[in-house]
Design a protein around this ligand. Structure first.
Ligand SMILES: C=Cc1c2[nH]c(c1C)Cc1[nH]c(c(CCC(=O)O)c1C)Cc1[nH]c(c(C)c1CCC(=O)O)Cc1[nH]c(c(C)c1C=C)C2
Ligand SMILES: C[C@H]1O[C@@H](n2cnc3c(N)ncnc32)[C@H](O)[C@@H]1O
Ligand code: SF4
Length: 451
């Protein structure tokens, strides 16, 4: 049994570590990758293969204070209409380089708030995307939905366009917490949005909630999770609130003295986790829960669970293209990120260029280390046979890497002939353990709390 003093000694309550939605992580991207290289990577996609597409909509009607996403507030439709035009032009640029016969395994609209598009804009955007890359067999089309910023007409448009997974932002149901994080959203508003989504035959629903919010207590967490469970989501993302006011300026409105300590964050996570497990959800990686028949659960059991910029996924496509300001693409050759500012992104696309402003070209052991970290984040284990099959490394060198990780954690991990295993009681340390396989200097990246 591992107890808090031991976790404290191992540094869990002081550490700042990445969430490893990519490796190397975004703060390590550099200028090695630009629009020409991005275009070449698109051209190199295998004809007839299946890829994923992420569409970023960096606008919201309200700007929640806790939010660290790249988005800007707007009360009018003008910037949104202009932005959809830019997305269409960017998609045309893609079309000019994309090999023939490529289809989508996943289409995700995220943000920001994609549901602030009016129904006509939604239809226009969906038609434009699918005219260039159609959805493949069994494809998933998911959309991030703000329950406060959606209605019947917009949900009709999304359902008609083929949305088959909705992802709603909940964060927390407690009134005082909602006031402190600048996001008011009643239970009824959330429930009505979910009812409307389900009435339209959308088969799968994800909800995002947060632990580690100001004024959150175990009792309040319990109540929020129970309210969420009453809505029967198929999947839940239980993210740790990342308080990074130096990066996300609007978080300066959140009083840091109302934040739980790292020790309390661990308790809050554990409180929510127990409720999901009690209600028969499966635990997926470090921060997701899913019903027994959800795709993530099947992927976990089959060893096919993957990690990408949206968190966990069962998508097997090796290429993910991100369109829109700040979006990141992943290729077998490396990562490419679009210009973060909408203005710079718009200018590049209007000039007929991709806006790629930085990225990372895979070299040396990057792909090996990316897989070791992904395996830990998804499966809490590294399977030596799989690594030796897919990567150029000897069993001895790999075991030495495991051993170094185990030494750094007082022998809490299990190293066997089969691989490295993080036992259940040490799983709070997973991001820190993953970091021991990260070869980049993390000291200047400004990451959030390890728990
Ligand atoms: C959809 C919302 C979010 C996305 N990532 C985060 C949220 C809330 C959280 C997040 N991402 C980063 C940090 C800070 C460092 C850390 O704790 O690891 C936080 C709190 C790092 C980060 N992720 C992306 C980038 C470019 C960075 C570096 C910092 C920066 O430039 O802001 C990529 C990225 N993450 C998300 C999106 C939509 C995205 C790029 C399009 C989701
Ligand atoms: C897309 C999802 O990202 C999560 N999200 C937004 N901001 C933060 C933050 N600072 N820390 C953790 N998660 C965050 C929300 O849960 C949202 O629904
Ligand atoms: S949480 Fe959603 S609605 Fe709120 S600011 Fe962030 S992206 Fe916008």
């Amino acid at each position: 049994m591992i107890v808090k003093p031991q976790l404290a000694k191992l540094g869990l309550f002081d550490a700042k570590v990445p969430r490893y939605t990519s490796y190397p992580t975004a703060p390590h991207f550099n200028n090695d990758v630009g629009p020409d290289m991005f275009g070449d990577w698109i051209s190199a996609i295998r004809p007839g293969s299946s890829i994923s597409l992420y569409v970023h909509v960096p606008f919201c009607r309200r700007l929640c204070w806790f939010c660290a996403c790249r988005t800007q507030g707007t009360q009018t439709d003008n910037p949104v209409i202009a932005y959809v035009d830019v997305l269409k032009a960017e998609l045309d640029l893609l079309a000019s380089r994309l090999p023939s016969g490529v289809t989508l395994s996943r289409l995700h609209w995220g943000g920001g708030t994609p549901t602030l598009l009016n129904p006509d804009l939604m239809r226009e955007l969906a038609a434009h995307i699918l005219g260039i890359v159609p959805l493949g067999h069994n494809a998933e089309f998911s959309v991030e939905i703000d329950p406060n910023e959606v209605d019947a007409a917009r949900l009709d448009a999304l359902a008609e366009a083929g949305m088959n997974r909705a992802s709603i932002g909940v964060q927390d149901f407690d009134d005082e917490i909602q006031k402190t994080i600048g996001r008011i959203q009643s239970y009824d508003t959330t429930r009505e949005a979910i009812d409307m989504i389900r009435e339209r035959g959308v088969p799968s629903l994800n909800a995002d909630i947060l632990y580690g919010l100001p004024h959150q207590t175990k009792a309040r967490m319990t109540e929020s999770v129970q309210k969420l469970l009453s809505l029967n989501p198929d999947r839940v993302a239980l993210y740790g609130y990342a308080h990074v006011p130096w990066m996300a300026k609007r978080q300066q409105l959140i009083p840091s003295d109302a934040l739980p300590t790292p020790e309390q964050r661990l308790d809050l996570f554990d409180t929510a986790r127990r409720l999901f497990l009690w209600d028969n959800y499966e635990e997926i990686g470090i921060d997701h829960f899913a019903t027994r028949d959800d795709g993530l659960t099947h992927a976990l059991k089959a060893g096919r669970l993957k990690r990408n910029f949206q968190g966990y996924t069962d998508d097997q496509a090796e290429v993910l293209i991100g369109v829109g300001a700040s979006s990141i693409s992943r290729f077998p050759q490396g990562y490419a990120q679009n210009a973060p500012a909408t203005s710079a992104h718009t200018k590049a696309v209007r000039d007929g260029r991709f806006s790629t402003s930085r990225g990372h070209l895979f070299k040396d052991q990057d792909i090996l280390r990316a897989r070791l970290i992904e395996a830990l984040m998804c499966d809490f284990r590294i399977d030596t046979a799989e690594i030796l099959r897919d990567h150029d490394i000897s069993a001895a060198k790999l075991t030495a890497m495991y051993q170094r990780a185990n030494d750094a954690f007082d022998g809490l991990l299990q190293v066997t002939d089969d691989g490295l295993f993080i036992p259940p009681e040490a799983r709070a340390l997973t991001r820190m353990i993953a970091r021991t396989f990260d070869a980049y200097d993390l000291s200047k990246a400004g990451h959030s709390s390890a728990i």
